[in-house]
Design a binder for this molecule. Sequence first.
Ligand SMILES: Cc1cc2nc3c(=O)[nH]c(=O)nc-3n(C[C@H](O)[C@H](O)[C@H](O)COP(=O)(O)O)c2cc1C
Length: 165
Amino acid sequence: MKEITAFELNENILNTVGREWMLVTAGNEEKFNTMTVSWGGMGILWNKPVAFTFIRPQRYTYEFIENGDYFTMSAYGHDYGNALKFCGTNSGRDTDKARETGLIPVFDEKAPYFKQARLVLVCRKMYSQDLNDESIIDESIKANYHGNDYHRMYVSEIVKVLVND
Ligand SMILES: Cc1cc2nc3c(=O)[nH]c(=O)nc-3n(C[C@H](O)[C@H](O)[C@H](O)COP(=O)(O)O)c2cc1C
């Protein structure tokens, strides 16, 4: 893969996250986990290129993100729709997602991703905050939180961007 800067990334991240979906992967060579996300984004905050990631506390991946300083967000193209569906409907607590999907883990110096990725964002956690009931302005949002399982929002510096060359 080729390293570019976040500013050189030439795609609509709304489509990447929202329609193609991405994998959020955290941990190390000894133990790691991955899950699918279709909410989140990229932008500028505190003068840095950042990623916004929203993870519910019951996800196994949440533990890995909490326990490390880095994680990756990666995209695979629509051909990997079934693999991403699998990673978004099964938990690493009871399945080996890499083995089941054929995704091959690659361990960057900071965090894992998978060899088949076409785009990798290496993210360094800068800020996290749990969404909460009191902060809701649009009541319709509440329909997403019947279980009171408010997402934890992570704002992370995008420290590396890799694209398929
Ligand atoms: C298309 C899709 C998008 C998803 N987006 C998110 C998300 O943005 N945040 C989240 O917490 N869970 C999201 N999920 C749910 C997790 O991917 C799912 O619960 C997964 O099985 C968690 O795996 P884990 O327990 O191994 O971490 C999504 C699932 C799918 C299928």
